[in-house]
Design a protein around this ligand. Structure first.
Ligand code: GLA
Length: 719
């Protein structure tokens, strides 16, 4: 709900309020962001705000940065990190933005060419105008009564005739009052994505960013701000994430006014965007999620929001295909003869879809060649894709296919025909990561070409699933198609090209299910989820490592968005041996599948697989729609345990793993949250009945098992 009168602005979501006002000197002041307040409290909030507001009878510019403000400007009294920097023709870039007008619109704004939130109740748009240039900034706030997510972004307009260079164009600023805060970040590397780290925020600027052209394995595009006492189940926190998939920055800065300033958007390192007279620049949306129920409440709020309002509604709640993917089974070394047994076995085990990974096209016998040539390699696959698809159909399976649309090998027909389409700078030896170069997706003709060749394959074959990979970062940032003074636009234009291709393919093939991937989980973000309901979580499928990766990922992405596969042991990434059962149990907490040669499994493993697939089909509704409760962190203790509860609390699914067997490890309990306390539940596997209250307050004794063994419990409400 939005209450606005041109002087004061009060917004409410389910459990938070956000209050602003215009000071007598025309600045937009933030009065409150946190738990609910009422309109009657505004008077009181304004009184507090008055004490730090810059007044006309003082040097108002020098007083500005005492105030909590909604947009930071550069070179004029605001010494916090600016939200935007606007350089004019003469090189000057000082600015001072003051309130001009507001409007309230119904629903949520649509952003052409970029991912955006698909629905919302109302949107407040506040326009600020620069006193020293022709820049106007529209600040957007979309709120809905039934979510705790506030959607923010800024549109920067050049209202004059001369071009203005944007040197920074962040999406939002929000401030939290004095207090002690910790920052939660999801850090990692290939094979160890999204490990949560929580640390106190010290003075200065704490900055999470990617310069890689994607949101990266290293620091996910998410920042949690936790009040000192925030735990998994209680206390206040705010999750900040961008609906963006390119180079980004998120910052938290302790300011001299004692407040913590949060900002973020497109990474400004190397950025520059020429805004001609009359043009506007739309920044990516940021999602700010408030929780007073700890990190668990934050995650559940984000999960619901992404599922209900971001992920493609045509697919989000549809049963996900249970796939078998051939990558770890064969790598590049396959013919149809090697693949047929996998397909034949899959259908016997209840699997729905066979996904053919890298190596089916061009001269792709290794990672040195073939990328860019999206035509089937008939030397490897006699009868082409058709023969494989027929084999799948005969077995009642659907067919999925891997692409890496953004890439090219120098040893490819595409590169020989269009060497200038690869990102490289004449005279500079290109960096060849995984022996490949990145295509210049800032150029429309390149995106058009890739759309043409990929859509031809999708049109000519019965393909129901596409895995869209992206296996290297961008270097030698430069486009021969951009003039010198516009090279700073490259990174953002690149990701706009990716979004354009994704949108065109989704629109042309609405029934095809797209899975994102980037060397595992290197581009796992809310922007990608707008196009791809599911993303390959990590190349690391080890039955223990995955508890950590999936735990971290679940902090800000729903379980259904994580592709989780069972692979062989010793695990290809860690060499660890974990029980088959454990690998299946942990993978069942996401979009489930297999990544191995089914035909080489023992009879015992086949029987287990059949059981796992059947069991997954019992719980997949919960994974798609339920509420997640993280019960035992693999980062803290010797156990991992998570639980998903249906919205009506009539059923729940618990998965746990004991990391190491330890002697004399008595009295280890898990306390089941999220159940109806007054109801009685039956736990099928334990043949126990107990009330929701008892399961939460007295808990359940954890099984004493050996290293890396696991369990799953199904709970059903009896009364
Ligand atoms: C990446 C992906 C893998 C696989 C390979 C193929 O590493 O994460 O799942 O598709 O590429 O080259």
């Amino acid at each position: 709900m939005i209450e606005a009168n041109g002087k004061n602005f009060l917004m409410h979501g389910k459990k938070y309020s956000y209050a602003l006002r215009v000071t007598e000197t025309g600045f937009l002041q933030q009065l409150h962001y946190g738990g609910r307040v009422t309109e009657a409290d505004l008077k009181y909030l304004i009184e507090i705000g008055e004490t730090t507001a810059p007044h006309a009878d003082m040097n108002m510019d020098m007083a500005f940065d005492r105030m909590l403000s909604e947009y930071g400007f550069y070179g004029r009294g605001d010494y916090r990190e600016p939200t935007g920097i606007f350089e004019r023709k003469d090189g000057a870039s000082m600015s001072r933005l003051r309130y001009q007008s507001y409007r309230v619109e119904k629903g949520a704004p649509k952003i052409a060419g970029m991912p955006h939130v698909r629905k919302g109740d109302e949107t407040l748009v506040i326009t600020l105008k620069d006193d020293f240039s022709d820049i106007a900034v529209d600040l957007y706030y979309t709120v809905s009564d039934d979510t705790n997510v506030l959607v923010r972004n800024a549109v920067i307009r050049n209202t004059g005739a001369e071009p203005i260079m944007l040197k920074r164009a962040f999406s939002f600023r929000a401030q939290l009052p004095n207090g002690k805060y910790n920052m939660l970040r999801l850090a990692g590397t290939w094979g160890q994505e999204r490990n949560p780290e929580i640390a106190p925020i010290a003075h200065g600027v704490t900055r999470l960013q990617s310069l890689m052209g994607c949101t990266s394995h290293n620091t996910n595009c998410f920042m949690g701000i936790l009040k000192e006492n925030c735990t998994e189940e209680s206390g206040e926190c705010v999750g900040v994430q961008l609906m963006y998939s390119g180079s980004y920055a998120l910052t938290a800065e302790w300011c001299k006014n004692g407040a913590l300033t949060l900002q973020g958007g497109i990474c400004d390192t190397g950025f520059g965007w020429e805004l001609a007279g009359g043009e506007e620049f739309v920044t990516p949306q940021a999602l700010l999620t408030y929780s007073n129920e700890g990190l668990g409440g934050m995650s559940r709020g984000i999960h619901d929001f992404l599922r209900e309002r971001v992920i493609n509604p045509a697919h989000v709640y549809k049963r996900r295909p249970i796939v078998v993917n051939n990558w770890e089974a064969t790598y590049f070394d396959f013919t149809e003869e090697k693949l047929y047994p996998i397909i034949d076995e899959a259908s016997k085990l209840g699997i729905d879809t066979f996904v053919l990974d890298d190596g089916w096209f061009g001269k792709r016998d290794s990672d040195w060649s073939g990328l860019g040539d999206w035509t089937v390699n008939e030397k490897k696959l006699k009868g082409g894709l058709k023969a494989l698809i027929d084999r799948c159909k005969k077995n009642g399976l659907k067919f999925g296919l891997w692409f890496e649309p953004e890439m090219v090998n120098e040893d490819s027909e595409l590169y020989r025909a269009h060497p200038d389409w690869a990102i490289r700078k004449e005279g500079v030896e290109p960096c060849r990561s995984r022996q490949q170069l990145v295509l210049d997706f800032t150029r429309k003709e390149v995106v058009d070409h890739i759309y043409g060749v990929v859509s031809k394959v999708l049109k000519e074959n019965e393909i129901s699933y596409v895995k869209w990979d992206m296996n290297r970062n961008i270097s030698e940032v430069y486009s021969a198609a951009l003039p010198a003074h516009r090279q700073g636009e490259f990174m953002h234009r690149y990701i706009l090209g990716v979004y354009d291709l994704a949108q065109r393919l989704m629109s042309a093939f609405p029934n095809v299910f797209f899975e994102g991937c980037a060397s595992g989980g290197g581009r796992f973000d809310a922007g990608m989820l707008y196009y791809f309901p599911q993303i390959w979580t990590s190349d690391d499928t080890d039955g223990y490592e995955r508890t950590k990766i999936q735990w971290g990922t679940s902090l800000c992405y729903p379980l259904s968005s994580m592709s989780c596969h069972v692979s062989v042991c010793p695990n290809h990434q860690t060499q660890r041996i974990t029980p088959f059962d454990t690998r299946g149990n942990i993978a069942s907490l996401g979009a489930f599948g297999y990544e191995l040669d089914l035909s080489k499994m023992t009879d015992e493993e086949k029987a287990l697989t059949k059981k796992q697939v059947e069991s997954y089909k019992r719980t997949d509704e919960l994974i798609l729609k339920g509420d997640l409760y993280r019960l035992k962190s693999p980062y803290e203790k010797n156990y991992f345990c998570e639980m998903v509860v249906s919205k009506d609390k009539s059923e729940a699914y618990v998965v746990g793993e004991r990391i190491h067997g330890i002697p004399c490890d008595y009295n280890q309990y898990v306390y089941l949250s999220g159940l109806d306390e007054s109801a009685v539940y039956e736990i099928e596997e334990l043949k126990i009945e107990a009330s929701g209250k008892a399961l939460y307050n007295a808990g359940l004794l954890l099984p004493k098992l050996s290293d890396f063994s696991s369990w799953r419990w199904h709970l059903k409400r009896k009364s």
